[in-house]
Every structure is written in structure tokens, then in C-alpha cells.
Design a protein around this ligand. Structure first.
Ligand code: NDP
Ligand code: 8X3
Length: 253
């Protein structure tokens, strides 16, 4: 039996699709997010594919809560974590730097950078014990380039990119792989969150071209985590065919 894949942000979008894809591949699951009712529904949906699914209700911004949630897992589960997918994240707002809302900046920095760090710090000891493991960080094209109004979100994802490269160095002697995945525009609840529930603005982000879907990112994760032991996929940048860079799209309808 394969070990556990621990996926943050599993209540929606990429995380939910990654959970399904890894369950189909035979991994056991630890699924984490704040919206517990969605995690319960996901567990029920995947129960035919995966017999061991543990739900962790946690806000990655709360370090003590993250530590408590992970500590609460049974020892045999913690000791068999093979994969950590640091996926929980968000953008809040988009606009010029001087019009930025401090609270939005803090949500992005606390979730995308500090939350990823808290979860990683709590999980890595269990990967180290096994002398192998795989951390997959969901960064973004916004971690490779910047675009108008993206400022703090872009900075947070540049930090994720830097942390992926740093973790690879820090963990090399423990046989722990680190993969950075940098998606372009993907149709999930991401834009609805970014535009604070404004559905028409969120929809307009994906109009006129075929955006990526969550399953496309799940396929990339699956590819990375199923390579032979001696192969590490360091970085995957994946964008819609109609997207040439962080801000250049070909919209033809
Ligand atoms: P969704 O909004 O669909 O999913 C975001 C997930 O993150 C949810 O499960 C949410 O769960 C979780 N999350 C957010 N804040 C917290 C928190 N404080 N604590 C715990 N969980 C949290 O968006 P995506 O699936 O698109 O986004 C997933 C990742 O991919 C993010 O890191 C995003 O930045 C990145 N990304 C997205 C792209 C896109 O175009 N969609 C492109 C490139 C990268 P809950 O609210 O239940 O806590
Ligand atoms: C999400 C993609 O281009 O909106 O990371 O920043 S983008």
C-alpha cells in the first residue's frame, strides 16, 4: 500500500483535483482546509477509491493550530506521509500598489508564505524519519513574472519559488524531493476569492480563451510524484495555450 499524501487547500480547485488524482493512484490521503463540510463531502466522494482519508480542519495562518492538527494524526499516519502538497493559497484584490489594502496584503503574505512555512515545518520531520519524501509547492506564473496590479500576490509567489529552491538544498541529504509547480490562468474559485465574491469580474478572467482546469494541474502533480526514485522534477510551468506570459493572452472569442 502506498503512503499518505497530505494536501492543503483540498476543499476546492487544484487541491480537490490533486486529492482525487492521488487517490486514484493508490495514495492514502490527509486533506486540509478551513471549510470542513467540503472536506467531508470530498472524503465521501473518494471513499470508493481510498479507504484511509484523514480530514484536518485548519487555517494555515495559525501556526499553533497547524502544529496541533498535525500532531493529532495517529502516529502510523504521520510516519507514512510520503507527499506534502503545499497548495493552500489565494490572491485578494488586484490594483496599483498605493491603492492596496493592508488587510489584503496580510492575508496573502500570511497564507501563501507563512502558512506554507508552518505546514512544511510541521511535516518535514516525518519525511526526514523515512529518508525519503516529496514536497510539491504550488507557486504560480506570478512567481516567475510580475503583471500590472499583481504586486503583493506576485511577491508572495516569488517567495514560494525561492522557498522551493531553498528547500531542495536544505533537504537534499534526506532524499526529499522538492517540485515547484507554476500554473498560469486556471478556472477555479481563485478569481472569485480575488475579487471578493464579484462573480462577473471573476468570470471575465476566463472569457475568450480556454483556461487551464484544476485537473490539468493535478496531472502535473501526478507526473512529478510518480517519477523513479532517482528523478526529481524541479519545476513545471504550465499555462493555457492562449497564454504566452503572465499578462499576454490571445482572446479570440
Ligand atoms: P481555490 O480558491 O479554488 O482554492 C484555494 C484553496 O486554498 C481552498 O481549498 C481554500 O480552502 C484554501 N485556503 C485558502 N486560504 C486558506 C487558509 N488560510 N488556510 C487553509 N486553507 C486555505 O483556488 P485554486 O485551487 O486555484 O488555488 C490553489 C493554489 O493555486 C493557490 O495557492 C493559488 O495561489 C495557486 N494558483 C492558482 C492559479 C489559478 O489561476 N487558479 C494559478 C496559479 C497558482 P478553505 O477556504 O476551505 O480554507
Ligand atoms: C494565479 C495566476 O496569473 O492570476 O496565480 O497570477 S495569476
Amino acid at each position: 500500500m502506498k503512503g499518505y499524501a497530505f494536501i492543503t487547500g483540498a476543499s476546492s480547485g487544484f487541491g480537490e483535483a490533486i486529492a482525487e488524482s492521488l487517490a486514484k493512484e493508490g495514495f492514502q490521503l490527509i486533506i486540509a482546509a478551513r471549510r470542513t463540510e467540503r472536506l467531508i463531502a470530498l472524503k465521501e466522494r473518494l471513499s470508493g477509491l481510498c479507504s484511509n482519508i484523514h480530514i484536518l480542519s485548519m487555517d494555515v495562518r495559525q501556526e499553533a493550530a497547524v502544529q496541533d492538527a498535525i500532531s493529532s494524526l495517529p502516529t502510523e499516519v504521520k510516519n507514512h506521509i510520503e507527499i506534502l502538497v503545499n497548495n493552500a493559497g489565494l490572491a485578494v484584490g488586484r490594483g496599483p500598489i498605493d491603492e492596496g489594502v493592508s488587510e489584503d496584503w496580510e492575508r496573502m503574505i500570511d497564507t501563501n508564505i507563512k502558512g506554507l512555512l508552518y505546514v512544511t515545518k510541521a511535516v518535514v520531520p516525518f519525511l526526514k524519519l523515512q529518508k525519503h519524501g516529496h514536497i510539491v509547492n504550488i507557486a504560480s506564473i506570478a512567481g516567475k513574472e510580475v503583471y500590472p496590479g499583481g504586486n503583493v500576490y506576485c511577491a508572495s509567489k516569488h517567495a514560494v519559488d525561492a522557498l522551493s529552491r531553498s528547500m531542495r538544498i536544505d533537504l537534499i541529504s534526506y532524499g526529499i524531493k522538492v517540485t515547484n509547480i507554476a500554473p498560469g490562468a486556471a478556472e477555479t474559485e481563485f478569481s472569485l476569492v480575488r475579487f471578493k465574491g464579484d462573480q462577473s469580474t471573476a468570470d471575465s478572467v476566463y472569457e475568450g480563451y480556454d483556461a487551464l482546469q484544476a485537473e490539468d494541474i493535478a496531472e502535473s502533480v501526478l507526473f512529478a510524484v510518480t517519477r523513479p526514485a532517482h528523478v526529481n522534477i524541479s519545476d513545471i510551468t504550465i499555462m493555457p495555450t492562449a497564454q504566452a506570459s503572465a499578462s499576454i493572452f490571445h482572446k479570440d472569442r
